[in-house]
Design a protein around this ligand. Structure first.
Ligand code: ME8
Length: 642
């Protein structure tokens, strides 16, 4: 029997329109769901909307309509966006549906029967923006940690004995290091639970827009108890066959800000109700724009629907999952998106398709040849295939989408190199028909494999690629890419228009791409050795302007457009991942760089180096032989060097 896989997104508040954060989690979940389907698993992918609570009630009041009417309108906008972004969910749950409300009431009664709910009085701070309670200590300048207003509330309330479940939760966490990912978030949760848990208020009496507490309808169920239950109610509740099949495999994708609700409250509610916690969860980072939190006040909100319309849904999907390590924060830049389109998608991926099928058309009337004569260039292509496959499978297991895509692109680039190395046009001229057959076949097989692997990320374009190749259904799944050579011979291919037309009109690009033409800056500059006469004394203040830090290399790859550069992603301890181009490709391999601790000049003005925005510079010594600076001992990223 096929394995089961259950992936969920948070259910989104319907107080306002969907934004990039919603799109991000949902398309990550969609990519995972598609990947697991391609593996042949039985997949259930759930998303939906969170429609109760004070926040929605207030938004409806503002709009002058009933909360349900408001929720219905906004919930529909989420579904419209998911259609635009090609999100293929299996179920969309709304918390105002009776099927959900019934399971919330059931869960409440189970927790009550376990003796874990008691009546008391809540007195403390509440933030409607977060729909969360805060202690005095947690407030920052009189606001919630996320910057929302708080109000002092005093009301009768039911409490949940969270304190009782601390030890059991800790045991659960310790036995399952993968319960919360990434690891940094797991550690954060373990530390939090170790400090001991306090009981929490789980009902409200000062407004009505919620699910009534069973037998006490003057209370409504706290919106987080209501919302979290969606993951079980969508499966039909604890006695349903869908629950039996999928609940043991549940993986929650969430943003880092709602981790505590998922990793602490939710497992404890479930334990109290006599149900097992989900299998695991992954908390991703936040997108900023132009270095700031997105907000209407700053006018820097990115509309995912508009982006998908302008650049194409596939492109937007690819960019969000390729640009930033899943788990870390990232800064959105339209210029970077355009670079990815012109570089990865047009130059690499689209080009491999068009040149390969173009040559196949020219030399073999577009028909995939069979067999042929092996040649010395084949080895490198096969090796690239095997290496990409291994990295890809592991990366998808770890939800490291950026690494998965980088691995696929290693094969794409190996395919393009294969064209250059085998020079099919020369083979045609020489009449080396057998070798030409083999080369053209290998290119088609590369395209097929790349096409299958990119289906989760570029669902339309990859399907288009496979259609142009004429690939039959049985060679369009992941198991069919386990070994080289499954593409049958004799298929009729069609070239078609470029898959990803280049964006030539850069003049129309946003101002950030229009900055002065960039030339690669060599690092370090070997030609210009400092001499004694170059040295002038400086004041300490001058030195203090340099933000030198310990940093860690997370990923490394060859710069797509410059042989001497490596393109690195680096953790400089500032909560985000940055890209740095370093002129060290002749001295260090990408593999040697991953995990290495380096010294970074972090406040060097960002500049674009051959199409890649580089933020900072690694320090190194030497000219002919270049050695990177490092620090003795084990200092964490971000440690200042002074
Ligand atoms: O929290 N970048 O709903 P929500 C990345 N209803 N992610 C972002 C983001 C950004 N700039 N801004 C927000 C809720 N998010 C609850 C969930 S689940 C049982 C109930 C993410 O609409 C945020 O991290 O406020 C969260 O995961 C998601 O958007 C939903 O936010």
């Amino acid at each position: 029997m096929a394995a089961s896989y259950y992936v969920t997104t948070p259910i989104y508040y319907v107080n306002a329109d969907p934004h990039i954060g919603h799109a991000y989690t949902t398309l990550a979940a969609d990519a995972l769901a598609r990947w697991h389907r391609l593996l042949g698993e039985d997949v259930y992918f759930l998303t939906g909307t969170d429609e109760h609570g004070k926040k929605i009630e207030e938004a409806a009041q503002k709009a002058g309509i009933s909360p349900l009417e408001h929720a219905t309108r906004v919930s529909a906008r989420f579904r419209e966006l998911w259609q635009v972004l090609d999100i293929e969910y299996d179920d969309f749950i709304r918390t105002t549906e009776p099927r959900h409300e019934a399971v919330v009431a059931d869960l409440w009664q189970r927790m009550m029967a376990a003796g874990d709910i008691y009546l008391g009085k809540y007195e403390g701070w509440y933030s409607v923006g977060d729909e969360a309670y805060f202690t005095e200590d947690e407030l920052v300048d009189g606001r919630s940690p996320t910057g929302h207003e708080v109000a002092w509330v005093v009301e009768p309330s039911y409490f949940f004995r969270l304190s009782k479940y601390g030890p059991r939760l800790l045991e659960h966490l310790r036995a399952r290091p993968g319960f919360v990912r990434p690891e940094s978030r797991y550690n954060e949760i373990v530390r939090f639970v170790e400090q001991g848990l306090q009981d929490i208020s789980i009902s409200r009496t000062t407004f009505k827009w919620g699910i009534p507490v069973p037998e006490h309808p003057d209370h409504v169920v706290y919106v987080w108890v209501d919302a979290l239950t969606n993951y079980v109610s969508a499966l039909g509740g604890p006695d349903a066959p869908l629950y039996e099949q999928f609940w043991p495999e549940a993986v929650h994708l969430i943003g880092k800000d709602i981790l505590r609700f998922h990793a602490v409250f939710w497992p404890c509610f479930l334990m109290s109700a006599g149900l097992p916690p989900p299998k695991s969860m992954f908390a991703h980072g936040w997108w900023t724009h132009a270095g700031r939190k997105m907000s209407k006040t700053f006018g820097n909100v990115i509309d995912p629907g508009a982006m998908a319309q302008q650049y194409g849904a596939d492109t937007f999907r690819y960019f969000l999952l390729r640009e930033v390590t899943f788990g870390l924060d990232g800064d959105f830049s339209e210029a970077a998106l355009r670079d990815r389109i012109n570089g990865d998608l047009a130059n690499d991926y689209g080009n491999l398709l068009n040149r390969s099928l173009g040559m196949l058309q020219k030399y073999r009337d577009g028909v995939v040849p069979s067999g042929g004569a092996a040649g010395p260039e084949d080895e490198a292509l096969r090796t690239a295939f095997a290496a990409s496959r291994e990295t890809l499978l592991k990366a998808m297991d770890e939800m490291a989408f950026h690494r998965a895509l980088a691995a696929i692109w290693d094969l794409v680039r190996a395919g393009n190199k294969y064209v250059d190395a085998t020079a099919p046009w020369a083979l045609a001229k020489q009449g080396a028909a057998e070798r030409l057959d083999a080369v053209l076949y290998n290119l088609c097989e590369t395209l097929r494999i790349v096409g299958v692997w990119t289906l989760p990320f570029l669902p339309r374009k990859a399907a288009d690629l496979l259609d142009r190749l004429g690939a039959p259904a049985d060679v369009r799944d992941v198991p069919s890419t386990a070994a080289w050579g499954r593409l049958p011979a004799g298929l009729q291919t069609t070239v078609g228009d470029p898959l990803f037309p280049r964006l030539e009109a850069l003049a129309k690009a946003p101002p950030e791409t229009e900055k002065k033409p960039e030339t690669p800056k060599p690092m370090p500059a070997p030609e210009k050795k400092p001499t004694v006469t170059d040295t002038t004394t400086i004041q300490y203040d001058d030195f203090a302007k340099l933000d030198l830090r310990v940093a860690k290399v997370l990923t490394a790859e060859k710069h797509p457009d410059a042989d001497r550069l490596l393109k690195l992603t680096i953790d400089a301890g500032d909560g985000r991942e940055r890209t740095v181009c370093a002129g060290i490709a002749a001295h260090y391999t990408p593999q040697e760089m991953v995990g290495r601790t380096v010294v970074l000049l972090a406040n060097l003005a960002p500049r674009k180096i051959r199409g890649v925005m580089s933020e900072g510079m690694l320090l190194a010594a030497g000219a002919e032989t270049v050695k990177l600076l490092s620090v003795a001992g084990d200092l964490p990223p971000g440690t200042k060097i002074s």
